[in-house]
Write a protein that binds this ligand. Structure first.
Ligand code: SAM
Length: 346
């Protein structure tokens, strides 16, 4: 099995059959070996530098009804909010002072923010903070709208494919959402020129090893600049409220495999891994991640951006606690840097 890891480190791809073999009950020694090789790879591309992105969760209103997500429109218990442009700019001001040079505007698919409003917002942020990158994560749009976001100055776009398998996708999302449309969005974003982030949920209901192989193969083909994966975590007020959470060890193993397949991709230690384990973020970094995305949203609203239960937004996850984050990453030998942290073709 270690030979497969070595091959992945050299060729950056494996076949479905090979991935199957790796993912069927990987032993601890194999996971450790993959993490070791992944760390070597990260070190070669990035040294011990960790990039930070300030996450601004600017609206929790969503027209979609994804079965796993606490922001789904049918969740009447979710207390909805929208930040104003002034709120968002204040988050950026604070983030800039704290050393953030990337702002990630993430939200539900909220018709309350028109495409033109989002373009204006991007323009304003880019003109006030010309040395910063703006990442959007606002779901599925037409190609023309994506182009207008790009023309307004947005640099990057995050849109996880969630699961690459069409049938599995339909078990996680009601119509009209489809894997085909999600992938259309991703290819449009890439062709337009965004640095694109994709990724998937680990351990989502009904997921099989074959689905995970499809996810890795899709990413091998799509070659995103950023890859975000995280365990599914149940939210009690969704149809998936009683499913178990995804497995953290499997998530870390997948981070290592993805690092080996995508040597210079930007891979975050996601909030979900930090939410399931106190040292989750550190474990993800030691498995090959090189980005963290602390929360810059106004603290008063953080609890309402509840994708799942017990979502972390305090401690080192809070942008204002940068010193704590720096100390925790220094303790495992890594350094947080003030840098846009763009994708670099090598
Ligand atoms: N609306 C945008 C979109 O669709 O990409 C961005 C917001 S969406 C809430 C951000 C991400 O949250 C999704 O890509 C999904 O993977 C993740 N997410 C939602 N519910 C989750 C859950 N129960 N457990 C783990 N991650 C979840």
């Amino acid at each position: 099995m270690k030979e497969l890891i070595d091959r992945l480190a050299v060729n950056h791809s494996l076949t479905r059959e090979e991935l199957h073999r790796l993912l069927e009950q990987p032993e601890a020694s194999l996971r450790e070996y993959a993490a070791l090789r992944a760390r070597e790879q990260t070190l070669r591309c990035f040294g011990k530098r960790i990039y930070i992105r300030g996450l601004i969760e600017f609206t929790n209103v969503c027209k979609n009804d994804c079965y796993y997500c606490g922001l789904r429109r049918s969740n009447s218990l979710c207390r909805r909010y929208r930040l104003t442009e002034t709120d968002i700019l204040a988050c950026c001001e604070q983030g800039y002072r704290l050393g953030f040079r990337t702002f990630v505007l993430q939200g539900g698919e909220d018709g309350g923010f028109s495409d033109a409003t989002l373009c204006r917002l991007v323009e304003t942020i880019k003109s006030r903070f010309p040395d910063c990158a703006v990442t959007l994560s606002v779901g599925e749009r037409s190609r023309a709208v994506y182009q207008s976001f790009f023309d307004a100055g947005a640099d990057r776009y995050l849109l996880r494919h969630e699961t690459a398998d069409s049938e599995h996708y339909s078990r996680l999302h009601p119509e009209p959402l489809s894997a085909k449309e999600r992938k259309r969005c991703l290819y449009d974003l890439k062709e337009i020129g965004f640095q694109v982030g994709s990724g998937f949920l680990v351990g989502s209901p009904y997921q099989t090893i074959d689905h995970l192989c499809s996810d890795i193969l899709f990413l091998q083909e799509f070659k995103p600049q950023m890859i975000g994966i995280g365990p599914f975590i149940p939210h009690r007020d969704t149809p998936f409220g009683s499913f178990p959470p995804g497995d953290l060890e499997l998530t870390f193993f997948l981070v290592s495999l993805l690092r080996l397949a995508h040597p210079n991709a930007l891979i975050p230690a996601t909030t979900a891994v930090g939410s399931l384990a106190e040292n989750g973020r550190e474990c993800a970094i030691l498995a090959g991640a090189n980005v963290v995305m602390p929360n810059l949203s106004p603290p008063v609203h953080r609890g309402d951006y509840a994708l799942y239960n017990n979502k972390l937004s305090d401690g080192a996850e809070a942008a204002e606690s940068r010193a704590l984050l720096d100390a925790r990453l220094a303790a495992i030998g890594y350094e947080v840097v003030v840098d846009r942290g763009d994708y670099i073709e090598r």
